[in-house]
Write a new protein. Sequence first.
Length: 345
Amino acid sequence: MKKRQIVIFFSLLVMIATGCENKNSELYDQGMAALEKQDYVTSIAMFQGAVEAGERLAESYRGEGIAYLNSGEYEKALEAFENSLASMKYQNEEFSRDVKLYEIEAAMNLEDLDHAIEICSGMLEGKGDADVFFLRGRAYFLKKEYELAKADFDQAVNLEASYRMCLDIYELYQESTLKADGDRYLERASEIVPEDTVDEYELGCVYYYLEDDEAAAEILNRAVEGGSTDAFLLLGRIYLDDGKTSDAKALYQMGLSKDGFEAAANNGLALCALAEGDTQGALNFIEEGLKTADEEEKEMLLFNQIVVYEQNLDFTQAKSLMSAFLEKYPDNEEAVRENKFLQSR
């Protein structure tokens, strides 16, 4: 199962009037188009041009900040977000909140936890905001101020009793030495009644973390029927972890004929073949999966391709593939760890 993001990401394309719109906003529009394509160099250039031309200043600075944030230039992102807030001609609470949430994210990435807490505390004056309570709690947690973190997490869950919120909090505890303290958030999540396929997948994650594979499989099957590829991947992983290779194969074979599931199904069949020691079969399934994979699925398939060559003891090819993989996906933590092992071979 792909690990859930802890930091909350917000829509790139929220358009909110701030009283600073210019009829001639061509540079701003080009910046937004480049941002949507993840072309951050072009995006930054367009937004800077828009700022110089006086186009939609608050929104242009915001767009520049998002581009810097996604480029890993966090100090420049913070400066841009501060400029965005300072450039607002009229107060707009929703726009201001959006920019401040990005500002918190930039501060978190800089490990400036005190600044993140300061922004959160200002946003929480006189109002309750579940996302902001979570983010401040996360900052306290990373500072090892666990009682303050717990208080904020409890406030967040009281305001938004959702699977997402409970799982995000639990995963923070899971990564620490306080794993048992996070279990109560799973228990809270297990009490929520699912309303749609996304909820069913996330409830399946809850039961998976609670190590109740039977309950997880039951609800994940419902989510798969509803079209959730995430549920499909997790259900297959549960079957494989439990040694139920035949059940996993049946699931993945079904996925081959399900629109949008082909790449994930081939990846799963590759894992089944690998579990049975059939490395060539695994490589064949991976090659087939790459034909229909989106970018996220390609990352998964290409990583598993490296694992297959490792299991086949072809460390030369595995190292070569890993080098190319890390060049394209430098933030893949599992690959970074695996590369350290490879370098010792």
